[in-house]
Design a protein around this ligand. Structure first.
Ligand SMILES: [Mg+2]
Ligand SMILES: [Zn+2]
Length: 194
């Protein structure tokens, strides 16, 4: 992948239900568990020079279920396990701390987290992907002009069913069984694009 302007392709990764088991409002690192293939998938992006950025809605903060320090402990654990399990690393973690009723500009599918990430990293938004298990992740992809990959881990199976039922629903560009699958597809797409 040659980058004349030194901008890297980017994958925006949902966290809960995509990288790790979603036990809802995760406020403690105890019991935090990565899905099989998650570390391998992130490592594959690392090796290909594709930025891997987590973008995650953490309304547990806005709801008062846990603190910023709690969230940091969980995110630190995520980075630790990625490293241990697959020598994989994230290029950034961006989160929305707000309550859904706050009508902020960063809660997915709003684009604020992506804007933060792109202002801080040399990323090529023309080669951007989103992987997530909810409709809001796929809508985020559409909102930023990226390709959206629905992953069937976490809430993904339910989301797939809901999207099929719903008239005029957003269509994922790809449906992946897991992170390994999703990243393999992305790297193939990037070969086509570059
Ligand atoms: Mg999720
Ligand atoms: Zn927000």
């Amino acid at each position: 992948m040659t980058d004349i302007d030194n901008k890297s392709p980017v994958v925006f990764l949902d966290r809960d239900g995509t990288l790790n088991i979603d036990t809802e409002y995760i406020g403690t690192p105890e019991g935090f568990t990565l899905f099989d293939g998650a570390a391998l998938g992130v490592k594959r992006l690392n090796d290909a020079g594709v930025k891997a950025m987590v973008v995650t809605n953490q309304s547990g903060l806005g709801r008062g279920y846990f603190t910023e320090a709690d969230l940091k402990a969980v995110n630190d654990r995520l980075e630790e396990i990625l490293l241990e399990e697959g020598a994989a690393k994230l290029d950034g973690i961006y989160y929305c701390p707000h309550h859904p009723d706050d009508n902020c500009k960063c809660r997915k599918p709003e684009t604020g987290l992506v804007e933060q990430a792109s202002s801080q990293h040399a990323i090529d938004m023309g080669r951007a992907f989103v992987i997530g298990d909810k409709e809001s992740d796929i809508l985020l992809a559409k909102n930023i002009g990226a390709k959206g990959i629905l992953i069937l881990t976490g809430h993904g199976e339910i989301t797939l069913g809901e999207l099929k039922e719903k008239e005029g629903a957003v269509t994922p560009d790809f449906v992946a069984n897991n992170m390994e699958d999703a990243t393999k597809w992305i790297l193939k797409e990037l070969e086509v694009l570059s």
